[in-house]
Write a protein that binds this ligand. Sequence first.
Ligand code: NAI
Length: 253
Amino acid sequence: MKVQDKVFVITGGARGLGAGMAAHLASQGSHIALIDIDQASVDKTASVLSTNGILVKGYECNITDEAEVETTFAKIKHDFGRIDGLVNNAGIMRDGMLIKVKEGELVGKMSLQQWQSVVDVNLTGTFLCGREAAAIMALQDDGGVIVNVSSVSRAGNMGQTNYSATKAGVASMVVTWARELARFNIRVGGIAPGLIATEMTAQMKPEAIERLLKSVPLGRLGEVDEMAHTLQYIVENDYFTGRIIEMDGGVRV
Ligand code: NAI
């Protein structure tokens, strides 16, 4: 599928990887619906990306809320007429150890709230948006493409019980959906990025970044443009489905 003149929905599109992928697609002539919980930022990003001949609109929506997601996808279908692609990108991190022990005493546990908040956004949000997009694409003659954003952490990572579990979950949805939705001409792919330079990584301590980079063979953070390039490959390669591309500078063992 060529990206020009196609309609893409990108969740978590107000900033970071979502906004970067949106900018890339818009520069190639795609129309974009940005979904984000942060209305002011999503409206700002939409207005920056809008240029002549390209429709870019922002939608405030909490992707953990079923009714909001259903209404938002119905609005997007109404505003754009169709949906050719969905990028399930919105995600959060609430890192912490499963348990903390100090001098023989239990001093902390990952709270249920810490677990649930990440499951709600990363896993349930991806499920709800994928379901609504598929329901629209399946009734179009020419299907569409769905891309879930996973992470190198899907293999399991210290301090990320919640995040790793959700990123493994969205990767398994890629395989399930590819099998279920191929009959409607809907392809489904995933991207498992390593550390990419965004607002999220900018909040990390420089020492932490430096430590992490020691394990990256390419010795640097990935760029948002490199992520967008991977997305474009999945969208444009009509024989690609049910697989995850690892885009991580070689960090994954
Ligand atoms: P970010 O934190 O910069 O942006 C995430 C966006 O999602 C924000 O605009 C936020 O408002 C939105 N969002 C959060 N909760 C939401 C909700 N309930 N409903 C709707 N929107 C919501 O994150 P970044 O770095 O751009 O990451 C994007 C995706 O890539 C995430 O799924 C993340 O887990 C994944 N990822 C990022 C990596 C990185 O190095 N930046 C590495 C591996 C994966």
